[in-house]
Design a protein around this ligand. Structure first.
Ligand SMILES: Nc1nc2c(ncn2[C@@H]2O[C@H](COP(=O)(O)OP(=O)(O)OP(=O)(O)O)[C@@H](O)[C@H]2O)c(=O)[nH]1
Ligand SMILES: [Mg+2]
Length: 320
């Protein structure tokens, strides 16, 4: 959906595009000069109008309406730009193309009544002037939409029809490593917190079922108001994307976070998401024994087979 959002031209580019196309229109041959000039003038006005209107309509159609947007996308957009300003800009584009149609209709009516070529040219010139000022008036809206588009392009496309596992946990506990071991995704893994800055998606085949695995940035056990943008993205994904949550615990003492703080975050996610949550212990190769039913190592591969069986069980699909 976001990949269908077209590039946004600047006001000047739209005006140039319309005027240069109209400049190529010539008078038809084989009729008298005045009639020919009239046809040419009408063609120019309607060409300028139709190119601009088609373009503005396309923008209004292809930029997603926030009324029908998935709540998770809405949260992400809300973090990147002012949604109300976005809606206003789209509204202004809509209004402007109606205004352009009205201006062209009036000018064409007036052209039809003119007898002198000089008067016809004046009507066209006036129309061009009014047209250009309507488009120039859209400058800041077009710039705003262009910036919105840049943000939209960075949003990963979740497939709401696929069974989904969301990977959650504190920073540095091994979320991205697990996503990389299980799925097609190759997220960056590093030994410091907040390596993952955005939501990313990998795919995994379980039996005949294609499954989506969503990596999220780490979240600290602290009040929502103190959380950074990465944590907010993670919380939004965990609460608003349908799926089951795999909550990772690291008891190896290498993540830098205590068991208590991991438990506190776990309780928060249980309460806020209202979802089924599966507890998984990570880095079993570095830990002193298993403390959870499911304990894995993304480094040695230990426990990954069992984990996949459990996931298949949760989805009620057969793996053999
Ligand atoms: N020994 C061992 N190290 C692991 C394992 N899983 C992850 N690590 C290491 O732990 C560190 C953090 O791993 P990541 O997968 O980046 O952790 P993350 O939870 O995605 O971290 P953020 O994106 O910062 O929240 C890296 O240095 C990994 O190599 C594991 O199973 N065993
Ligand atoms: Mg990560």
């Amino acid at each position: 959906m976001f990949n269908k959002v077209p590039t946004v031209l600047r006001s000047k580019e739209i005006i140039d595009k319309c005027f240069s196309r109209a400049a190529r229109i010539t008078a038809p041959e084989g009729i008298n000069r005045t009639q020919g000039a009239k046809t040419q003038c009408i063609d120019k006005v309607s060409t300028v109008e139709s190119i601009a209107v088609a373009y503005l309509k396309k923008l209004v159609r292809k930029f997603p309406s926030t009324d029908h947007l998935h709540p998770f996308y809405l949260d992400l957009l809300d973090m990147s730009f002012d949604i109300d300003a976005y809606k206003m800009s789209l509204g202004k584009l809509q209004w402007s193309h109606e205004k352009l149609v009205e201006l062209a209709t009036k000018s064409i009516k007036s052209l039809k009544r003119k007898q002198k070529i000089r008067d016809m040219n004046t009507v066209v010139r006036e129309y061009y002037g009014r047209f250009a000022s309507v488009i120039e008036d859209l400058s800041s809206d077009l710039e705003m939409l262009s910036r919105c588009r840049d943000q939209m392009k960075r949003i990963p496309e979740i497939d709401v029809n696929l069974p989904t596992f969301l990977i959650a946990g504190m920073p540095n506990v091994g979320k991205s490593s697990l996503v990389a071991s299980l799925s097609t995704a190759r997220p960056r893994v590093a030994s410091f917190p907040f390596t993952t800055k955005n939501i990313s998606i990998g795919y995994l085949q379980i039996g005949h079922e294609k499954v989506q695995v969503i990596d999220t940035p780490g979240v600290l056990d602290r009040p929502m108001t103190d959380r950074n943008e990465m944590e907010k993205k993670a919380i939004s994904a965990l609460n608003k994307i349908d799926g089951k949550i795999l909550f990772l615990f690291d008891y190896s003492d290498t993540s830098g976070y205590t068991t208590e703080s991991q438990e506190a975050l776990y309780r928060e996610v249980v309460e806020a998401s209202g979802k089924d949550i599966i507890r998984i212990q990570t880095k079993i190769d570095m830990s002193q024994g298993a403390r959870e039913d499911i304990a894995i190592s993304s480094v040695t591969g230990e426990g990954l087979g069992d984990l996949k069986e459990r996931l298949a069980g949760l989805l009620e699909v057969k793996t053999s």
